[in-house]
Design a protein around this ligand. Structure first.
Ligand code: ADP
Ligand code: MG
Length: 692
């Protein structure tokens, strides 16, 4: 295919230029077409000098009245042109001597540049210019808007523009292959690829610059649509290839899951039951499950995961639960051990900081199959840990793991001859259409209900100056038998500085609150120490816990009813929401105090208002999406969608449902178009990895 040829196929493109183009992601001819203008300039009409405004970028014409070299601080060439309506100064700092002659009095020039206010009135600094004939001689203006491409070192605009024009012309003769079916485009009123490309590179003079700047023109939307579709298809294919493997059908003849649930001190909520029902149906099939459970902090995802694990154990097979931090792994370990104890099911814990001996004995038990359930960090999947009968992999707080890591875990399971089922749990609720786009390789279950008896957390936002009042409140809460979290500023660059800040805060608070038992947890502590402090807090031996965000995920102490977050203005909405989720876990009324250092930036103010006004994780995710964009929300490592070239998940959100439909249609009716389409946008290597 012509468009697949390397850029060096263009005359005049050698190795050096090809290397520069590679910086823009351009390797093949077609890649050039998808380098889209960052903005446009209107050079289709000449603006009268007398009508120019500072800040405007405009094409002008005039006759040179004067050109001279001046020495105002630096040597410079000043040239004054006039057109009868006014005059304009052109200022050059770098110029060959010959340029002074070119600009002889009486010469007519056409210039393009940005107008600004200068010491001699309006001026242009280093405008593009060329000499033109006498007035009325009909020097041609640009017929279309002029594209301005993203800048790359050593690749001048003019050069890039020329290459793209040539690539467009080359491909025009044959037509660029359009892999998006005509019927799909027609239904959405989107133009063909060829027309879209022609338009975005050279919009007609009557095109609206504001529409183009907002990327709302159908030609631009068409390209965004194609890119989103390519990503969607790539994820769907990944899912297909996973599902073409065989998994264990987990019938659980021992009814271990039912027995586990019956022995719990509480009944599942309706939403938990529904989610488990969906998981259960997947587990009974011989196709690997790939399911994401989304649920706000505190909705009770862990127990649902435990029930799923019980299905594997009750089928004589193994399950693992992987957490992003040691603290969280330990908490899961304690919870699962407690829940499984009545059933006499042992649980193993594997973390990186574990002593060698205990680790080896646990590994041996897992390898021998005498232990069926293991909880741990990524250490679970390090070399030397074997799970001969692994049937289910559960990943908690998925946004910290990438697609690649998940694939690696599945590979691990394959050593047992079958593919493990996969359950992923996340407390980052993202809007539904976005979830279906970002997680197109997964099925999604939602737990949209909190266990009964929780009271909403009251959130207040206060300037730092009112610290003393807060300290008094902590004292009151502790005297009433409640517990308190103090979250230290996270603006410090290093863990070490965070540790220092946390230690200072703890000692200041100890001075102000005699009689209150204060503990400290931070990222630099050995796991055993952290564990000790957390355990003491959990058991009520500590009343105030000063911490860095190591408590961000998962930690559960229902008696904690007050949380103070310092420098809240520097935290993201999702993070604040996660932190706040540590309180309000029991029946008692809880509060969260967000301290900030004035003055607040506009964005920080909006964030703090949002978090104060709502406790609904989905609503918070939506606001977060507006404030920060999807890249942040999804985590850059998690999905290739964070690095879209043309599309923007927020701006083009309304396209997402159509992208889903189009993907379905292509999978069923146009399977041959899929590989070239994904190769065009994602590259042959496949950003999401390939397995199976
Ligand atoms: P998350 O979804 O944030 O991971 P957890 O699984 O940690 O939430 O659950 C939060 C708390 O709620 C835990 O103490 C858990 O034991 C408890 N819990 C879970 N489900 C229920 C339920 N149906 N009724 C009462 N408490 C529950
Ligand atoms: Mg959790």
């Amino acid at each position: 295919m012509r468009e697949q040829r390397p850029v060096t196929a263009l005359p005049g493109v050698g190795a050096a230029l090809a290397a520069k183009l590679a910086h823009l992601g351009v390797e093949r001819l077609q890649d050039l077409l998808f380098v889209l203008p960052a903005r446009y300039e209107d050079r289709t009409c000449v603006v009268a000098l007398g009508a120019l405004q500072p800040g405007q970028r405009a094409a002008v014409e005039g006759e040179v009245q004067l050109a001279e070299v001046g020495y105002r601080r630096r040597r410079q060439l000043l040239c004054r042109i006039a057109d009868g309506s006014g005059f304009l100064t052109l200022r050059f700092f770098h110029f060959p001597q010959s340029q002074v002659q070119t600009l002889a009095r009486g010469t007519r020039l056409r210039c393009f540049g940005e107008v600004r206010r200068g010491p001699l009135g309006l001026e242009m600094v280093h405008p593009e210019y060329r000499r033109i004939g006498t007035e009325g001689s009909g020097e041609s203006l640009e017929q279309t808007l002029t594209p301005v491409y993203p800048a790359t070192e050593g690749l001048p605009q003019g050069r890039l523009r020329g290459l793209i024009v040539r690539a467009l012309r080359e491909l025009e003769e044959q037509g660029v292959q359009d892999w998006v079916p005509q019927e799909v485009l027609a239904a959405l009123g989107l133009p063909s690829l060829q027309r879209a490309l022609a338009y975005v590179h050279h919009p007609p003079r009557e095109a609206r610059l504001d529409e183009l700047a907002a990327a709302r023109h159908p030609a631009q939307r068409r390209l965004a649509f194609e890119e989103l579709l390519a990503h969607q298809l790539s994820l769907r294919l990944l899912r297909r290839s996973v599902q073409s493997n065989t998994a264990w059908a987990l019938g659980d003849p021992a009814h271990l899951a039912e027995r586990l649930l019956a022995a719990l001190p509480f009944a599942l909520t309706g939403a938990q039951r529904r989610a488990f029902g969906e998981i259960d149906a997947d587990l009974r099939r011989e196709r690997p499950m790939a399911r994401l459970v989304q649920g706000d902090v505190g909705c009770g995802k862990t127990v649902v995961a435990a029930a799923a694990a019980a299905r594997a154990l009750g089928s004589g097979l193994q399950a693992v639960l992987m957490a992003p931090t040691e603290l969280l792994a330990e908490q899961h370990f304690r919870n699962l051990s407690e829940w499984f104890r009545p059933l006499a099911v042992p649980v193993a814990l594997l973390t990186g900081s574990q002593a060698g001996r205990s680790r080896r004995s646990q590994q041996a038990a897992l390898a021998a199959g005498t232990i069926g359930l293991a909880v741990g960090t990524h250490a679970l999947f390090q070399h030397g840990v074997d799970f001969p009968r692994l049937a289910l992999v559960i990943v908690d707080e998925q946004h910290r793991f990438g697609v690649q890591q998940r694939l690696r875990m599945q590979e691990k399971g394959r050593e047992g001859g079958r593919f493990p089922h996969q359950l992923i749990m996340t407390a980052t609720p993202i809007p539904r259409t976005l979830a279906m786009t970002a997680h197109a390789d997964l099925d999604v279950s939602v737990i949209d209900e909190l266990p009964p008896g929780r009271t909403p957390v009251r959130t207040v936002v206060l300037p730092e100056q009112r610290r003393e009042e807060i300290v008094a409140r902590i004292g009151e809460a502790c005297r009433a038998g409640r517990q308190v979290y103090w979250v230290c500023p996270l603006i410090e660059e290093s863990e070490e500085l965070r540790r220092q800040a946390a230690e200072e805060t703890a000692s200041t608070l100890a001075g102000a609150l005699p009689g209150v038992q204060i503990g400290l947890v931070h990222g630099r502590m050995p796991a055993a120490k952290k564990h000790e402090a957390m355990l003491a807090f959990k058991e009520g031996r500590l009343q105030l816990l000063v911490a860095t965000t190591v408590i961000e995920v998962g930690v559960d102490v229902p008696n904690a009813t007050l949380m103070i977050i310092e420098n809240a203005e520097h935290m993201g909405l999702a993070q604040l929401h996660q932190l706040r989720g540590r309180v309000g876990r029991g029946a008692l009324e809880s509060s969260c105090v967000l301290l900030y250092r004035p003055p607040l930036s506009e964005v920080a103010r909006e964030r703090l208002t949002a978090i104060r006004q709502t406790s609904d994780g989905f609503e918070i995710a939506r606001r977060d999406l507006e404030l920060r964009g999807p890249g942040e929300l999804l985590g850059t490592r998690q999905t290739g969608l964070a690095q879209l070239r043309v599309a923007n998940l927020l701006r083009d959100a309304d396209l997402l449902p159509h992208v889903q439909q189009a993907a379905e249609r292509m999978l069923s009716a146009y399977p041959d178009n899929i590989a070239p389409l994904t190769a065009r946008w994602i590259g042959a290597s496949g950003q999401y990895g390939r397995i199976g």
